[in-house]
Design a protein around this ligand. Sequence first.
Ligand code: CUA
Length: 308
Amino acid sequence: MQSALDPAGPEAEDVATLFYVMLVGGAAIWVGVVGTLFYATRVRREPHSERTAGWVILLCGAVGPVFILGALLTYAVWLLPNMRPWTAPGEEGGLRQIEVTGEQFWWRVRYLDASGGVLLETANEIIMPVGERVLFSLNAPDVIHSFWIPSLGGKMDVIPGRINRIALEASKAGVYRGVCAEFCGASHALMAFTVEVLEAEAFDAWLQQRLAADGSSGADGLGLFLRHGCGACHTIAGTQADGKIGPNLTALGARGSIAAGTLPNTQDNIARFIRSPGEIKPGVHMPSFAMLPEGDVETIAAYLKGLE
Ligand code: CUA
């Protein structure tokens, strides 16, 4: 689900309300101005009618719009404090922090502990608890992206060389879609992510499970994965694969989609992506592995799909 008009959190509710208020205000101005224009074309050239027309044009064409625009501006400025990244300077320390890095063309997601250390890393999926403000720290290594979860609020630019922050809260459990909202290259449109909002208990269970994740089962697949050098770019927790360039693949099998929301997560699609990533996602940094024996690609894909 991806709609700014179907809010699932307080920040998004403000945005949706603002949209409807602006819509009504804008419609009132449009009706007033176009109505005045229409009226003006039918005024007779008589002193009496011209005087009335002057008043109508002044009220509906100028005073009315100024008054409505002033009211809309006041309302929007009044809403602004709610849209700030966090309400109090000190609140940052108390919020759960998730660091999101905009890569070309996917999202690196790191859960931080209280002292800013990395608890765990995943990619293209954000799991968060319901009813808790979460602080997202956004950065990028090369080009500008924009982090946007329409159902939860935002958006916020992701800019190389600086850390932008935005705090969001989900008030309803569910699965929401996030996107990159700033043109960033050939596969800008193929840079989505999933936000899964869980009840607090389910979230804690997920966190514990992920912290204990061990990707070492499926010996054949892991062996091939390492032998073909996949581990130089990808990490799978609990194995020797500890590459940092590409997306972390720990528990990949549990994700709903692969390649940043581009393809459904099936063994066939994983194999397809390994063989020719550039065909699925133009401009991707991962090279093609079409030269690997067919059986090896299938075994690696089956191993990755089995990681949960
Ligand atoms: Cu990343 Cu557009």
